[in-house]
Design a protein around this ligand. Sequence first.
Ligand SMILES: Cc1cc2nc3c(=O)[nH]c(=O)nc-3n(C[C@H](O)[C@H](O)[C@H](O)COP(=O)(O)OP(=O)(O)OC[C@H]3O[C@@H](n4cnc5c(N)ncnc54)[C@H](O)[C@@H]3O)c2cc1C
Length: 383
Amino acid sequence: MKRTVAVVGGGTGGGAAARLLRRFLDRSHEVILIEKEKTLYNRGSLPFLAIGARQRSGLLRDTANFRRLGIRVVDRAAAFIDVEKKIIHLEGGREVRYDFLLLAPGAELNPGLPPGAEEAGFNAHTLSGAEGIFSRLRDFQGREIAIVVASPTIKFPGSPYEYAFLIDYFLRRRGRRREIAINIYTPEPAPLSQFGERVQESLKELLLKRKILVYSRSPVLEIQEAAKKIVLEYGSFPFDMLIYCPEAVPPPIIRQSKLDGGSGWLPVDHGCQAAGREEIFGIGDAALMLSESGAPLPKMGSLAHLQSSVAAKNIANLILGKKGEKQTFNGFNGAIIAMGGASFLFRGNSLAADGNFRPLPPSKLWNLFKKVLSESWWLRDHS
Ligand SMILES: Cc1cc2nc3c(=O)[nH]c(=O)nc-3n(C[C@H](O)[C@H](O)[C@H](O)COP(=O)(O)OP(=O)(O)OC[C@H]3O[C@@H](n4cnc5c(N)ncnc54)[C@H](O)[C@@H]3O)c2cc1C
């Protein structure tokens, strides 16, 4: 019997999952990708764009590319899902019916936190923000670069550190680093503490070597644009250039469709299946998958990518009558932070209780891993 699988969101997780579903299911079944943007880019490339190591044109991919694979692309935003009737209502009035639904709408960005950041600084998690950083860095005349982490929940917790290392690298290569301070203000108890003490201690050492100062346990209350001040509970600090990593907030469609169980995010089990809904799956930043200690998994493209194959396999198995063959995500994952010259890699099991991640010494080899795993795979999935 013909089945229709709808995927909402064609980013890191949804794009990969749509391709896999098309591969696992023959053409008697329909795969529909609903993506509100016509052109997509991988946010993992933004820190490189910010130091001129990537070009905008090389990052953009057209969602129409999915059509060549036999995937029906609907370039509208999904507004609301009627889960009882299995209908997705699109903005503008159309609707899409499904038998199986994979939700991968990612997280939205809250540029309003801390107050004043949007007016005074560059949003490190957008294309225009990263481009703005590069044009400012090229003829930067100031003394203080501040990187502000807006909330404990951001996309890729390594991104503020990656930005700091790459900016340090950029300035050192131009012989300008001595005159310029790079400071990070973060609410974290210590850099990347959620990945355990070993990662935290190694990262601290690397930051120290590069003279990047981290103000931990320092939620920023406000940015004063005119005074060029960062206001913390215990004092205020100057900046000449401000970069901020915005809070990641749930995409509205999850709550509007009453699928969030109160958190705003979509709770899923380790098979990426939504609680009490055999036909609904969720992956990536929008999904709320918990570790054994009950902590939500971080918002990372590597997780979205790994979950995409679990969800696609489980949906295909249900359609192909292999209900007993449910796959689960094993939790094994890693992250690479580019430092310019070399990269810092740590890996471990995201589902195990906290603190099991192990760092490896920085190496140029991890640059290659990062390029392949974070950038080339994304480009392949969207070409
Ligand atoms: C600066 C930066 C650097 C990063 N570096 C790394 C890294 O090195 N390693 C790593 O693992 N992760 C990294 N990440 C994190 C990674 O980019 C995200 O975790 C990943 O993109 C999440 O994938 P996703 O599929 O859940 O969401 P996304 O890739 O954000 O895709 C969601 C898609 O859904 C679409 N959408 C949303 N709502 C709707 C709707 N209602 N209807 C239709 N379409 C909708 C959006 O337009 C978007 O295309 C980085 C993030 C940033 C910001």
